[in-house]
Design a protein around this ligand. Structure first.
Ligand code: ATP
Length: 442
């Protein structure tokens, strides 16, 4: 079935036969199709004056065009200023739990608190217990795998339990961007807006992904204002504080800083021990003290990695049915570290991530695409492959339809220079880097 926007484009085309282009431009330039079903077609124009003219003069023409398209008589509803929000709210499908993250593991009770995360934990709890009372927005930042998503889910679950009537919207920054692109493509902008702007609690994970993306930032700005003015709770997480998001709009940056920015640091030794104990005990296993200490001493920066190690050891213990000794643990931990050191991303993944970042096709990057963006994306991809793999210049050239090794060298040179003079490029490369590494997180 065609989208309402497609149908509206066809209606305009049909009406062109009976109307001048000026008439169409004057009365329909900012009209947008809102919805279409078997009985009704809904149109919106931001001006009440235009709505009245459309209704009094052009309704029969629209109905006639629709009849030609569908061989059926459809009701036509034309919405004016302020009516769109009411219409979408009234016609919205009942709030479902799709927006609510599924996992029950991520609760406050299962979050181990230590000096590195106690501020973030306390702020998240305060927000969950009294939404929109204390910190709004709450902005939690820190490196990957330190518990930001865990806290966000915990907020979602707590509020869902205490206020089942609240609409809790959870979305990742990149999913927001994708959703927006799709909504624009399908002419579903009002639906998109309504989905996010009608939230009682709005949780956005990894908001850094919207930085540098114009339409996402624009949408976020209005979403933020609507929610904030309506007194709704907003929480963001990101891998860095707002002031370090160089490609973020200033007006968003200031808003992100309005409430409480709070960081999560890598856990200290005591917290690491507590996390390991906690994960083991929940699986009904008591790890001997030296084992705990060995893991806590050697896996230091990332809770996700600690979890991975503990899971491996517990699986081993469950399989063998006996208590693990320190030697086995040492071998497991060494293997984990060795895997890390020896792992090299593949050129395919690197090119794929650069392409995704620039919204390009991988073929365009590998091949002959000549736009400014494609050329820069290609140079960045070459630079990243050189930096992240062991490939020679010649081998890198082969990845790009057999380009010469001097071309590769010049590209890498150019990116290195750009990184020194243009902080935005340095930031973009950092982002792409993180996305590439995310493929290999365990
Ligand atoms: N303090 C903690 N207590 C218990 N588990 C934790 C703690 N911190 C993190 N974890 C666990 O570590 C894993 C990684 O955490 P999480 O996904 O929340 O990280 P993140 O900061 O959102 O990372 P990313 O930025 O990569 O999404 C999860 O399984 C989470 O439950």
């Amino acid at each position: 079935m065609n989208s309402p926007a497609d149908v509206w484009a066809m209606v305009l085309k049909l009406m062109e036969a009976d109307m001048t282009a000026t008439t169409i431009n004057t009365w329909f330039d900012d009209a947008k199709a809102v919805s279409l079903d078997a009985k009704q077609f809904v149109l919106y124009t931001p001006s009440n004056f235009k709505r009245d003219i459309i209704l009094s003069r052009y309704l029969p023409a629209i109905q006639k065009a629709l009849h030609e398209l569908f061989s059926a008589d459809l009701d036509v509803l034309v919405l004016g200023e302020g009516e769109l929000e009411r219409f979408t709210a009234a016609n919205q499908p009942p709030a479902d739990d799709n927006f609510l993250p599924g996992t029950e593991d991520y609760t406050f009770e299962r979050f181990v608190v230590g000096s590195s995360n106690k501020m973030a934990y306390a702020a998240a709890r305060a927000v969950a217990e009294k939404p929109a009372h204390s910190y709004n927005p709450l902005f939690i930042y820190g490196e990957s795998g330190l518990g930001k998503t865990h806290l966000l889910y915990a907020i979602a679950h707590t509020i869902h339990r205490t206020h089942p009537e609240f609409r809790v919207v959870y979305i990742k920054g990149d999913a927001f961007t994708n959703d927006l692109i799709q909504a624009i493509r399908e002419g579903r902008n009002p639906e998109f807006r309504n989905k996010y702007r009608s939230a009682d609690v709005f949780l956005m994970d990894d908001v850094q992904f919207i930085a540098g993306r114009e339409s996402s930032q624009e949408e976020m700005f209005h979403t933020f204002n609507t929610l904030y003015e309506a007194g709704r709770q907003i929480v963001f997480t990101a891998d860095r504080p707002p002031k370090e998001m160089l490609r973020l709009d200033d007006r968003l940056r200031t808003r992100f800083e309005w409430g409480l920015p709070v960081d999560i640091q890598p856990p200290d030794y005591e917290t690491r021990v507590a996390i390991i104990k906690n994960k083991a005990i929940r699986r009904g296993i008591n790890l001997p003290e030296p084992v705990l200490q060995y893991i806590a001493d050697n896996i230091t920066s990332n809770v996700r990695q600690i979890e991975g190690t503990v899971n491996k050891i517990l699986a081993f213990q469950e399989l063998m049915g006996e208590s693990v000794d320190v030697d086995t643990v040492i071998r497991t931990v060494r293997d984990m570290c060795k895997d890390k050191a020896e792992f090299l991303p593949s050129p395919d993944v690197i090119i794929e991530e650069v392409a995704k970042f620039y919204n390009l096709d991988t073929d365009a990057i590998r091949g002959q695409g000549r736009t400014k963006d494609t050329a820069l994306a290609r140079q960045i991809a070459m630079y990243q492959i050189r930096r992240m793999t062991n490939l020679s210049l010649k081998e890198i050239g082969k990845e790009f339809e057999g380009r010469d090794h001097t071309t590769v060298m010049h590209s890498i040179d150019r990116v290195e220079k750009l990184m020194k003079t243009n902080p935005e490029i340095a930031e973009i490369i950092k982002d792409i880097n993180a996305n590439i590494n995310a493929h290999y997180d365990n």
